[in-house]
Design a protein around this ligand. Structure first.
Ligand SMILES: Cc1ncc(COP(=O)(O)O)c(C=O)c1O
Length: 255
């Protein structure tokens, strides 16, 4: 899964899959246009082109979002492609002839039309998100209480989300709420503690890193048209909050 818009480190994943004869399927739902530099192949690879197949979501909030529900699967494998074609349309290779038990997962033509128009803008929108992320980096790097996103040299993130780890996360979140600043938690409950998986028998402390993340991660506003002034206001609110705890919190200024 390419989380928050940044691709996973694929070389070791592919190597592992190779060693144990596993199939790699990418979850690229948050990573339309994200890139990964493969040392092994000595080139940049795009999300959705690395595994045997990949899933994209076009949920309206995604970097490439429809005006309703939508999604796509990419693959280079003709057999998988033809199976997916059938599965999305009640298992039909031909109208009213069913080879499989499928379901209704067809993309509406109206959504496809909207996506085709928006696709033209994706690169520019992603670029603008990257610029917004680097403005946050400048504004917030002096705030010790925050850990900012880290982009390794092998990744080009498309910043679907801008997620920081924050000390006193819940209190900061309340402060942002009172300042009328949008925010989110991605995600509040780790998978092993979600109700549908209780039968697997996991408990708290079984995955302490994931649990810690669920307690201190906070998503700040990000989208292609976020302005430097708006980001300065977000940064001021954060500094204001921590300044009340530690009066020496100072902000850098971002241009
Ligand atoms: C990482 C990831 N995987 C899967 C999904 C599911 O996508 P959809 O809601 O379009 O089925 C989402 C969307 O929320 C996602 O962010």
């Amino acid at each position: 899964m390419h989380l928050y818009g940044q691709m996973a480190e694929m070389d070791p994943i592919l190597e592992l899959a190779d060693r144990y004869n596993l199939t790699v399927i990418e979850d690229a739902c948050q990573a339309h246009g994200a890139e990964y530099f493969s040392n092994k192949q000595n080139r940049w690879l795009k999300a959705g082109s690395v595994g045997r197949a990949a899933a994209f979501s076009f949920y309206p909030g995604k970097n490439l979002g429809a005006c309703g529900e939508g999604g796509a699967v990419t693959t280079n494998d003709e057999q998988i492609a033809s199976r997916i074609h059938m599965l999305r349309d009640h298992g039909q290779p031909k109208k009213y002839y069913h080879d499989l038990e499928g379901y209704n997962g067809r993309l509406d033509a109206i959504q496809a039309g909207i996506l085709a128009v928006k696709l033209e803008h994706l690169f520019e929108w992603n670029q603008k998100r990257r610029e917004a992320a680097s403005r946050y980096e400048k504004l917030l790097s002096s705030v010790e209480e925050l850990t900012l996103p880290f982009e390794p040299a092998w990744a080009k993130s498309i910043f679907h989300l801008y997620v920081v780890a924050a000390a006193e996360r819940n209190e900061l979140l309340e402060h942002l709420r009172t300042e009328n600043i949008g925010h989110g938690i991605h995600y509040p409950v780790p998978v092993h503690l979600q109700k549908p998986y209780q039968n697997l028998g996991y408990r708290e402390n079984d995955f302490p890193v994931a649990e810690q993340a669920s307690r201190n991660l906070l998503s700040l506003p990000i989208h292609p048209y976020l302005t430097g002034e708006e980001q300065a206001r977000v940064a001021q609110a954060i500094a204001g909050f921590y300044g009340a705890i530690r009066p020496s919190v100072v902000l850098n200024s971002a241009r």
